[in-house]
Design a protein around this ligand. Structure first.
Ligand SMILES: O=C(O)[C@H](O)[C@@H](O)[C@H](O)[C@H](O)COP(=O)(O)O
Length: 322
């Protein structure tokens, strides 16, 4: 592949040098689950509360093709699909509905992508009816994390999204905010944060009234087999970052090592988060996050607790231990 194959011109935010404040720690929010009445959708049926301390293990089994549960706060739900194909159909509908809502309400829809298998799970968006019905010109596209590599590098999350989604829909190139890949990881994180600050100031990105962090309309998160989300890995000090909006990693356990990533305060200020998880390799962290599975350390995915709505999109294999 050559760089000339990529005609899609993303906006690259300009470098701004500024000092970074020292890290401070804060206790992670816990995701605790209780039962909510069954969903209205015909494909959804209720299951018993998976977090019940006295519950019989057999009652925790998912008995339907799809199930819905809710957090204690009544925000967020867990949807389990028979197949990843079913999951992708539902994910496209969910994303298109949020796009319509925010395009109408705010005149813009701010969407944050992950890398990994998420992009493949968004494939139905580039098919009818969504390819024609979504107001793509209202989309503003960001990355929750990016590998610090050139945009035409096979490891680039930008390239992955470009090939799987952005090159197939009429999103405005000026509304796609890629990292500046000419910079070091630290400078690219600074630069991307400056870009996001500018867009908050211009009201393209909403802002949390509670804490002033950017409030993206939709954050689409994948999860690794170790329970990481974005480039926030188990046991890493950046899990406790509570000042910076965007930070950097030079020692990612998942290659490539150099990345930038949104921090938890930004992730958790989102209006909507979709956690999209498929495959049996993810069953253990799903069990820890949503059921009674054990982990010696708090998993990053357990720290996902948005100001708005959290929706889990699981396939049966990922939910097999619940
Ligand atoms: O750049 C990255 O590595 C991703 O953004 C990362 O956070 C991803 O979402 C998870 O690792 C899940 O990836 P998979 O879905 O491919 O397992």
């Amino acid at each position: 592949m050559t760089a000339s194959s990529y005609s899609f011109a993303a906006t690259i935010c300009s470098l701004a040098t500024r000092s970074r404040s020292p890290r401070q720690s804060s206790p992670p929010p816990n995701l605790r689950l209780t039962l909510r009445p069954a969903g209205q959708s015909p494909i959804l049926r209720s299951i018993r509360p998976i977090a019940s301390p006295s519950g019989n293990k057999h009652t925790h089994k998912i008995k339907a093709a799809a199930a819905e549960m809710a957090t204690e706060k009544g925000k967020g739900n867990v949807q389990v699909y028979d197949t990843e194909e079913d999951l992708s159909v539902s994910l496209a509908k969910y994303t298109a509905e949020l796009s319509e809502k925010y395009a109408k309400e705010r005149g813009a829809f701010t969407v944050v992508l992950s890398g990994g298998s998420l992009i493949k799970s968004l494939r139905k968006l580039v098919e009818p009816p969504y390819i024609g019905s979504v107001e793509w010109s209202k989309w503003h596209v960001f990355w929750v994390d990016e590998r610090v590599v050139p945009k035409d590098h096979p490891d680039s999350n930008y390239l992955l999204a470009y090939e799987g989604l952005l090159s197939k829909v009429p999103v405005l190139p000026g509304n796609v905010y890629a990292i500046n890949d000419a910079l070091s990881a630290e400078a690219a994180a600074d630069d991307y944060e400056t870009c996001v600050k500018h867009l908050v100031k211009n009201k393209i990105i909403d802002q949390s009234e509670a804490n002033g962090f950017p409030k993206f309309d939709l954050m689409l998160l994948g999860m690794g087999p170790d329970g990481h989300v974005a480039s926030l890995f188990p046991g890493h000090p950046h899990l406790e970052e509570n000042k910076q909006w965007i930070t950097y990693v030079k020692d990612s356990p998942k290659p490539p090592p150099e990345r930038i990533t949104f921090t938890f305060p930004v992730i958790n200020s989102s209006a909507n988060i979709a956690l999209v998880v498929a495959g049996s390799g993810k069953a253990h962290p799903v069990h820890v996050a949503l059921g009674d599975g054990q982990s010696p350390d708090l998993l990053p995915v357990q720290m996902v607790s948005p100001e708005g709505e959290l929706t889990w999109f699981l396939d049966k294999q990922a939910a097999s231990k619940l």
